[in-house]
Design a protein around this ligand. Structure first.
Ligand code: COA
Length: 330
């Protein structure tokens, strides 16, 4: 019998501190009206405090996931963390999260595919389940974007927030879970969205710090154009491959980068706003956490058998869409 990887639970965490558009108006030359109309974002959460990394949020999301699914930490086989803001370049943040959540019999590692990382990690985690060797895999998306946001750069500092979300993958023999995927990347996109320094090409120096090279660099308008086309293309492609019409789709679960990109993807799929998960207005772009945080916020509205299309776009460029048949009622 064919084994698929079903999502059997969701955990999430966002920090308490709320950075509003009004507060951003005090930091840079912008307005609530500009931010809202161009992006759909009203506020985002920030992780404050000394020596607090993405793992702090990842641990909270994973602990909640274990509790909600009545899973003992020692039952977990594998933890994959998708992040662009690891606590350190090494060891992997997934290792730190596992230790913090009491998971002591799993192997764990990080994946980096920028804003598409959660989809890449989900597809990878599913392979371990589908292969039959592993029974419980946790996929976490955790990012402390405030660590790499330049709060003097008005085009970028309005977009991002901090958060973490996690899902549990378990085997299904009834056809629930990840059923199809289209994942893409194109390294020519490197120049449009990146963090220039801090890696091996440009190790940190006083000069790289002075030049703000440890922050997100983005050519917003170029990224926007690629994102609108790519996210819509792959979502439509997965629907066609799975013979799904817009009526068959219960939910679009889009990466939350910009409401206009989300609207374009929904239009292309032919689904109305009532079928689109949206929390960008409260969290902004939390990079790898956007999709699991959508599931976390909307979990109670999901029904067993619902067809969900996850879609994302990110630095690299990377993009992709996954068809998931939801496995449970809350
Ligand atoms: N407040 C007011 N004005 C701003 C501003 C802000 N926060 N940020 C930029 N502007 C100005 C620009 O300086 C520019 O002014 P100019 O015409 O005088 O030079 C003008 O607004 C238009 O800038 P532009 O970058 O063309 O705006 P845009 O409509 O493309 O919106 C983004 C900017 C960043 C919101 C948009 O490009 C975007 O969302 N891009 C994709 C980002 C993304 O999703 N990245 C992550 C992918 S995972």
């Amino acid at each position: 019998m064919k084994i698929t990887a079903a999502i059997t639970g969701v955990g999430g965490y966002v920090p308490d501190y709320v950075l509003t558009n009004q507060e951003l108006e005090q930091l840079v030359d912008t307005t609530d009206e500009w931010i809202t109309s161009r992006t759909g974002i009203k506020e985002r959460r920030l992780l404050k405090g000394k020596d607090q990394g993405s793992s702090v949020m990842g641990i909270k999301a994973v602990k909640q996931l274990l509790e909600k699914t009545n899973t003992r930490p020692d039952e977990i086989d594998l933890v994959i963390c998708a992040t662009v803001t690891p606590d350190m370049l090494f060891p992997a943040t997934a290792n730190i999260i596992s230790a913090g959540a009491g998971i002591n019999k799993a192997f764990s590692y990080d994946m980096n595919a920028a804003c598409s990382g959660f989809l890449y990690a989900l597809a990878t985690g599913a392979q371990f389940i589908q292969g039959g060797m592993y029974k419980k895999v946790i996929v976490v998306g955790a990012d402390k974007m405030s660590a790499i946001v330049d709060y003097t750069d008005r085009a970028n500092c309005i977009l991002f927030g901090d958060g973490a979300g996690a899902v549990l993958l378990e085997p299904s023999t009834e056809g629930y879970g990840l059923l199809d995927q289209v994942l893409c990347s194109d390294g020519h996109g490197e120049q449009y969205l990146n963090q220039k320094a801090g890696g091996s090409r440009r190790p940190p120096t006083a000069e790289t710090v002075a030049n703000h090279e440890h922050y997100i660099f983005q050519e917003g308008a170029t990224v926007f154009k690629f994102a609108v086309k790519s996210m819509a293309d792959v979502a439509a492609q997965v629907m066609a491959r799975q013979n799904l019409s817009h009526d068959d789709i219960a939910w679009l679960v889009p990466h939350q980068a910009n409401k206009r990109i989300i609207d374009a993807t929904a239009n292309r799929m032919g689904v109305g706003p009532e079928k689109v998960m949206l929390n960008i207005q409260r969290y902004g772009n939390t990079t790898n956490a956007t999709i699991p945080l959508c599931l976390w916020d909307y979990e109670k509205q999901l029904h067993k058998g619902d067809n969900l299309i996850f879609a994302a776009f990110g630095g690299g460029f990377t993009w992709g869409a996954i068809h998931v048949k939801w496995a449970y009622n809350s």
